[in-house]
Design a binder for this molecule. Structure first.
Ligand code: G6P
Length: 464
């Protein structure tokens, strides 16, 4: 169906819809960004531009539930070079403080440029001359300036969901200058933390000669505003789901199965090497070793969501995690109790929230993370102020959630002590901490985040 050009376009690597075989229709994917932007897109008759996740999958533009959808097809070679290669084996590890060694290949950079140009073409085809485009995340970091060349009258915002690294690391990138120049094509470039803003600003000053001005940078005769805008979740939506009778029943049944007298520790992560799943399991192992009988009193539930399985570092990590789970269960299990329950799958939102409700302790221990929404989701579901959050200092969320039990996940002793602290935490202290966390998460939800970002983009003014 042909569509008019729209005043508002969102672009992200993935489309917000997926094909539902049984229903024979598209459905919205669960996820914070999609739920935050749906009302705004509906209100403004907006369009979302993204990839379906399949090779050579070209679709005619269509409308789903009032929101325009335009797919950007990627060839098999582009999936290898742009998506698995440049996005997930160069940028992803580099921007996450090089915790895995980034690889730099010209034959990955070229498809990255080609795919970003195609996104810019598709956005331009969907966007009114004076419309607003909001571009998301590292896969599309070259889009802002490519789009400005095609729609000079548009307002363009860019939000980076992952960290932006310090200048000493970013400087390794052979394409550091084009990356910065294309990003600076936006009117507003927004980051999860102040650290991200500062790192980006320093890189732009050093490598492309941008000039720092109040709230941003001056580059190429234009003002680019830099914004710190920590993303959040639909906090009320999570709380509502947590209070529903179905979720309460499922949480109670889960507790019963894991052992009602046991302390339940939960981890929920995409199976990504940034998430610190192995160091978490090792801390639990140390805790069991140091405290006789503890393994019998605990149930550990680790949900690992499959992701990027064809990237070799991810496959290696899966082996490491599964080996550790086997080792802990082999050493500390009994015929009546398996201490670690490990699930490698994606859970439906109700099942996920039932896990949050069943867990006495949530462990979020990334080595580096833009934000980490799992930490916020857990907090939102603890409507009775129970539950303990162990949180890595290296998650963006730690800037807001300082009342969690913070930890450096690479400090093995501190980690094992934090597991013990969570195990023994006095009830009143737990309640005080959770109440403070909840206040923050309920007040700063994803709707407030998107409104703040869009206000900044639409307020952007350029020198006459
Ligand atoms: C992170 C990134 C997102 C990405 C998601 C899933 O959260 O910031 O941009 O969509 O991981 O990864 P995938 O490669 O499956 O899209």
């Amino acid at each position: 169906m042909p569509m008019d050009r729209s005043g508002f376009v969102v672009a992200a690597n993935r489309l917000p819809v997926r094909w539902h075989e049984e229903a024979d229709d598209w459905e919205f994917s669960p996820g914070g960004l999609v739920s935050a932007l749906r009302p705004v897109l509906n209100e403004r008759s907006g369009t979302w531009v993204g990839w379906t996740g399949r090779p050579d999958h070209a679709l005619e533009p269509f409308v789903h539930d009032g929101i325009g959808q335009r797919s950007v097809p990627l060839t098999k070679n582009e999936i290898v070079g742009h998506y698995r290669g440049f996005c997930n084996s160069t940028v992803w590890p580099l921007y996450h403080n090089a915790i895995r060694t980034p690889e730099y290949h010209r034959h990955w950079w070229r498809p990255h440029v080609a795919v970003n140009r195609r996104f810019a073409d598709t956005i331009a085809a969907a966007l009114a001359d004076d419309g607003t485009a909001w571009v998301h995340d590292y896969q599309l970091q070259l889009v802002p300036d490519f789009l400005r060349a095609r729609r000079p009258g548009a307002r363009i915002g860019f939000f980076l969901h992952i960290p932006f690294p310090p200048v000493e690391l970013f400087g390794y990138m052979p394409w550091r200058r084009p990356v910065l120049r294309e990003l600076l094509g936006a009117d507003v470039v927004a980051f999860q933390t102040r650290r991200g803003v500062a790192n980006f600003s320093e890189c732009c000053v050093r490598y492309v000669g941008a000039r720092p001005v109040q709230d941003g940078l001056e580059y190429d005769g234009r003002l680019v505003r830099l914004q710190c805008a920590p993303i959040s979740i639909d906090s009320e939506g999570f709380e509502r789901l947590a209070r529903s009778p179905e979720v309460r029943d499922e949480a109670a049944a889960l507790r019963e199965r894991l052992g009602p007298h046991r302390k339940i520790f939960l981890g929920v992560d995409r199976l990504d090497y940034t998430k610190g799943i192995a160091v978490r399991l090792k801390a639990i192992e140390t805790f069991f070793r140091r405290h006789e009988g503890a393994a019998e009193e605990c149930a550990i539930l680790q949900i690992a969501v499959p992701t990027r399985e064809k990237v070799s570092d991810y496959a290696a990590m899966r082996e490491e995690v599964e080996q550790l789970v086997g080792q802990i269960n082999g050493e500390f299990g009994t015929t009546g109790h398996t201490p670690v329950t490990y699930l490698y799958r994606t859970l439906a939102p109700e099942d996920l929230v039932a896990c949050y409700r069943a867990a006495d302790v949530m462990m979020v221990t990334p080595l580096c993370d833009g934000m980490n929404l799992v930490a916020k989701e857990y907090v939102a579901t603890r409507f009775d102020d129970t539950g303990v959050l162990i949180l890595s200092e290296f998650a963006g969320a730690a800037h807001e959630l300082a009342d969690a039990l913070l930890v450096n996940p690479l400090d093995a002793d501190w980690m094992a002590d934090r597991v013990r602290d969570a195990f023994d935490l006095p009830v009143t202290e737990g309640i005080e901490r959770m109440a403070a966390l909840r206040e923050r998460v309920l007040a700063h939800d994803v709707f407030r985040w998107s409104a703040g970002c869009l206000d900044a983009i639409e307020a952007a003014t350029q020198p006459a």
